[in-house]
Design a protein around this ligand. Structure first.
Ligand code: C5P
Length: 243
């Protein structure tokens, strides 16, 4: 059984409109490069909610499997192995069997192999359950991924589908890579991005799609702060209408 030990953390800056929130899930889904992680983190901080980075869970499983030479293309072996791993999220830090893997899971090697784990139904079921467990413990959560508003938290009070044009997403990725000293052309990045989008949109379970009741925000011409503000306002609005 997958295990999670997710500690409580809190931020002092709680905006007044949502101060009295008793239980709320803000689900932010969207393709890679739409800005989900940065935005979701900032929204969580602004609201005093806990942040759940579900991509980190998938990455941690791939990392573990690669380290132990587990054959990724053997679904049953992979899921048996995955179910025995202990993933712990602590603020922005990710631990795998008590080893910190926060930075080690963010490599191109992991990104290229992630589809083996993301396509594996047993692993998805287990990680989805861990995510629900996280939400039960945390109560107020901002979660981000591909399937949060559709499969994992279909009843989430507030759902956002964050998008950006393919070129803008690739441009952002190029900047991110350049900051790490990696140089790739826009075409190379676009090609990788298209491949990943295709896989994320077409997997049999947990595929990337907008929930019917999600609010779509295209981030192309918006600053991060503007996107965060829109989501925080939406949360406040939902809070008012549901109380
Ligand atoms: O968000 P991040 O880029 O870290 O996610 C890595 C990969 O994990 C995604 O490309 C996607 O294939 C997979 N993923 C998923 N479901 C989620 C979160 C991530 O399938 N909820």
């Amino acid at each position: 059984m997958c295990q999670a030990d997710i500690r409580v953390f809190g931020f002092p800056e709680i905006i007044s409109q949502v101060k009295l929130a008793r239980h709320m899930i803000v689900a932010i889904d969207g393709p890679a490069g739409a800005g989900k992680s940065t935005v979701a983190r900032m929204v969580a901080q602004e609201l005093g909610f806990r942040f759940l980075d579900t991509g980190a869970m998938y990455r941690a499983i791939v990392y573990a499997a690669l380290c132990q030479n587990i054959p990724l293309e053997a679904p049953e072996t992979l899921s048996d192995f995955a179910l025995r791993q202990k993933i712990r999220l602590d603020n922005d830090r990710v631990f795998l069997n008590d080893e910190e893997v926060t930075n080690s899971i963010r490599t191109p090697e992991i990104a290229n192999a992630i589809h083996y784990v993301a396509d594996n139904v047993q692993v998805r079921t287990c990680l989805s359950e861990l995510q629900r467990q996280f939400a039960r413990t945390a109560r107020n959560v901002v979660t981000e991924g591909r399937d949060q508003g559709t499969e994992v938290f279909p009843d989430a009070e507030c759902k956002v589908f964050l998008t950006a044009s393919a070129t803008e997403r690739a441009r952002r990725r190029q900047e991110e890579l350049a900051a790490r000293g990696e140089k790739l052309t826009l075409d190379e990045i676009l090609e990788q991005q298209n491949r990943r989008d295709e896989r994320d949109r077409n997997r049999p379970v947990g595929r990337l799609r907008k929930a019917e009741d999600a609010v779509e925000i295209c981030t192309d011409r918006l600053s991060t702060i503007e996107v965060v503000r829109q989501i925080v306002d939406l949360v406040a609005e939902r809070r008012t209408t549901s109380s």
